[in-house]
Each structure stands twice: as structure tokens, then as C-alpha cells.
Design a binder for this molecule. Structure first.
Ligand code: 4GT
Length: 243
């Protein structure tokens, strides 16, 4: 899968995504992340990319011409039949969830616009953007970290990024529940033992214990997720005794 990021801080995005699991996946050719510096498309003498807002007010607005020129250069390289989608990271957007990330796997190529300062001239958004996505109800200085989060959430589901699909399919939010607690060696740490069932080798008992912990944790901390899970997977009624 291809990701194109339009930003004023290409090194920031390339740096974040160049490490760890996604860095390795890029080296293995499972995904490509191309960062485009919007400033390279400025036609101004001093390569300005922002200006004061019409109507007055605080701060600066990213101007439409370099953003649209940057997008047009990327779009030049779209292949015949390539399924592409242009996303603007914005607090006004649809909230990123596991379901949204899964939907985006349907595309061959995501082009992601990152705003800075007070945002982007609306005419650029209207011309190039298919969808706005937010990572949550809080304000940041730029869309770069949200873009990295979006890419991470999608890319980790690509074949070959994680060791096996079970790594993400069964886990936590993906299943609709919070994940059960995990333990590794040593078997006792500062006097605290690992729950004995996990040492039993009885996988039916272990699965049962983990599901119980997941349900308990989800009911305590995320009652709305718990309600949705119970509607989707109602507990089986005990079979009625025949008279
Ligand atoms: C928050 C989010 C986001 C920002 C979010 C335009 C100028 C937006 C700064 C940018 N803040 N972007 N995508 N919650 N700030 O997703």
C-alpha cells in the first residue's frame, strides 16, 4: 500500500514512520511512505506557504496554491485503475476508529494532507480532499502526528507487517473488548506471582480466564463497549431441563 503525506515537516513524518515495525515493513516493500514538502511547490520569492486570514483574526492560514500544486504533482503519478483517497487530518473530521482504519485498507494509495498554523484555505480542501479524519477531540499544532497515527493504524493490518493476522484480529478494540492483562517472566516479581491458570497449560481454561478478564475490564472502564459487545454476542441461555 502507498501513502503520500503532504506536509511542511516531511522529516518529522518520515522519522516517526521510519523506526520500528513500520520502518522494517517499508524496507520489506510492504508499504511505501512518500513525504512531500508543500514548501517545494511555493511560487513565492521566499517560498512562503502561509498568509494572514481574510476577515482578520489570529495566526496564519496555509495558502491554496502550493497545496494544490503539490497534490497535482502526486496525482500525475496515479496509475490507471489505482484506488486512491485524499484525506485531510482535521479536528472537524470523522473520528478515527478501528472500523475506519479497516475501511481504508480498501485503497491502494492514501494521500494525506497535514495542516499547520490555523489550518488550510477552504478552497484547497474543497478542490482535493475526499474526507476529513480526526484522531480525537483535542487540538494539536499540526496534522503530522495525526497522519502518523492514521498510517500506523492502517499499515499494521497489511499482510506481512505483523508476524500473523492473529496479532491484530483477536486483540483488544478490534474484537470490541479491552485486552486482558499480559505477563511474562519472571514467574514472581517483587513478591507478585503470575496468575496460576496461565502456567497450567490448559488452553481452554486460559481462554476462559482471558475472556473473563476482558469482559470485567471493559464493563468497568468502557461500559458503552461492553453494552455493544453483549448485544452482538448475547450469553447463551442455560439449556432448559426436559421434564
Ligand atoms: C487536532 C487534530 C488534527 C490538529 C485531530 C490544522 C492546523 C489542524 C493545526 C491542525 N489538531 N489537527 N488533525 N484531533 N491541528 O485530529
Amino acid at each position: 500500500m502507498k501513502f503520500d503525506v503532504m506536509t511542511l515537516f516531511p522529516d518529522l513524518v518520515a522519522g516517526v514512520l521510519g523506526e520500528s515495525i513500520l520502518g522494517r515493513a517499508q524496507k520489506n516493500g510492504i508499504l511505501t511512505v512518500t513525504c512531500h514538502n508543500i514548501r517545494d511547490y511555493s511560487e513565492k520569492k521566499h517560498k512562503n506557504v502561509d498568509d494572514t486570514p481574510y476577515g482578520g483574526g489570529m495566526g496564519m492560514v496555509m495558502a491554496a496554491p502550493p497545496i494544490c500544486a503539490c497534490y497535482d504533482a502526486i496525482a500525475q503519478s496515479f496509475a490507471e485503475g489505482e484506488r486512491t483517497r485524499v484525506i485531510y487530518m482535521s479536528p472537524k473530521g470523522r473520528m478515527l476508529t478501528q472500523k475506519v482504519a479497516r475501511e481504508l485498507l480498501e485503497y491502494d494509495r492514501l494521500v494525506i494532507l497535514c495542516g499547520h498554523y490555523e489550518g488550510v484555505d477552504q478552497r484547497a480542501v474543497d478542490r482535493i480532499v475526499d474526507e476529513e479524519i480526526s484522531i480525537g477531540d483535542y487540538v494539536l499544532t499540526g496534522g503530522e502526528l495525526p497522519a502518523c497515527i492514521l498510517i500506523d493504524s492502517v499499515a499494521r493490518m497489511l499482510d506481512g507487517v505483523l508476524s500473523s493476522p492473529e496479532c491484530y484480529e483477536g486483540e483488544s478494540i478490534a474484537s470490541g473488548l479491552l485486552e486482558y492483562p499480559q505477563y511474562t517472566r519472571p514467574v514472581e516479581f517483587e513478591g507478585v506471582p503470575v496468575p496460576t491458570v496461565l502456567l497450567s497449560g490448559n488452553h481452554a481454561e486460559i481462554d476462559k480466564w482471558r475472556l473473563e478478564r476482558s469482559l470485567e475490564l471493559t464493563r468497568e472502564r468502557r461500559p458503552e463497549l461492553y453494552e455493544a459487545y453483549m448485544l452482538a454476542y448475547p450469553p447463551k441461555e442455560p439449556r432448559k431441563k426436559r421434564k
